[in-house]
Design a binder for this molecule. Structure first.
Ligand code: NAP
Length: 247
């Protein structure tokens, strides 16, 4: 079985345990395409990225409409680059780490954008640049992204890496018909989760997923948490709870 979201490891104990007592309705079948480790390399970030892509599709953002911007691309939700690429979109990865450009291209980025271009206070409307966007950053970045979406486009917002605030105006919504799609994967109803994981199984290239993920032992997890908050970790980290020490 597979469990992601539902607050496990966040508001419920058991995220890093070999056994946990959880509600049966939180469990879903592990797709046959993935081992347990591969499913956790995707984890909540992978499911969230898929739900973001599905939101763009549902709002008519098709590959012919133009480029899709993915912010916070060096992090876990950056797996969206791989999904978008497989679906035929042209992708732009916004990152603060120019040193990760090769990595981002390997996982699906066509173009790299310095995140500094998006992170400062901006105008209510900017040049129409992106057909759609997946934003895991929030704050001024999300405001600027909305201001740069082409007429009729959509933004799937799922995160707050820059901040919880949204210092934006209504201009993109009322003047360009831009849609801001709210993506929550923690309490997302099971029918949508099943579809998201089915689609991940169809779209994910396992060797690219391997390139995105690092495996740690349980004692290494605490140090890795500090590195994650300091923005030093790229992609995904899997904690192998069966291994106490690196052999
Ligand atoms: N809505 C939901 O259900 C849901 C589910 C999963 C995650 N989330 C949220 O989505 C966000 C991303 O999750 P994740 O797993 O991808 O996290 P992550 O692995 O920690 O990645 C976050 C990325 O954001 C960028 N970033 C960090 N600080 C920033 C700043 N001050 N300004 C701009 N960019 C910054 C960095 O990318 P670069 O180094 O490439 O710039 C970093 O790698 C988090 O806020 C998380 O809480 C929400």
């Amino acid at each position: 079985m597979l469990l992601d979201g539902w607050g496990v490891g966040e508001t419920h104990w058991g995220g890093l345990a070999q056994k946990a007592k959880v509600k049966s309705e939180w469990l879903q079948p592990l797709p046959a395409a993935f081992t347990a480790a591969q499913a956790m390399a995707l984890g909540t970030a992978g499911c969230t990225a898929m739900l973001c892509v599905m939101a763009l599709e549902a709002h008519g953002v098709t590959p012919d409409k133009g480029e899709i911007l993915v912010t916070g691309a060096g992090g876990g939700v950056g797996v969206a680059l791989q999904l978008l690429k497989k679906l035929g979109y042209r992708t732009v990865a916004s990152t603060g780490r120019a040193s990760e450009a090769d990595y981002l291209r390997r996982i699906g980025a066509d173009t790299i954008l310095d995140r500094a271009e998006l992170s400062a206070p901006g105008k209510p409307l900017g040049k129409e640049r992106w057909a759609g966007a997946i934003d895991s950053v929030g704050s001024h970045t999300l405001a600027n992204v909305c201001a740069q979406i082409k007429y009729g486009g959509a933004v799937a917002a799922c995160g707050l890496a820059q901040g919880l605030d949204l210092p934006a105006s209504v201009a993109p919504f009322i003047l360009r018909g831009v849609t801001l799609c709210a993506i929550d994967s923690v309490r997302r109803p099971m029918p949508d989760r099943l579809i998201a994981w089915e689609r991940l199984a169809e779209l994910i290239d396992l060797s690219t997923l391997d390139a995105m993920s690092t495996t740690l032992t349980l004692p290494e997890a605490i140090g890795a948490a500090s590195d994650l908050l300091a923005g030093k970790i790229r992609g995904r980290v899997v904690v192998n709870i069966a291994r106490q020490l690196r052999s």
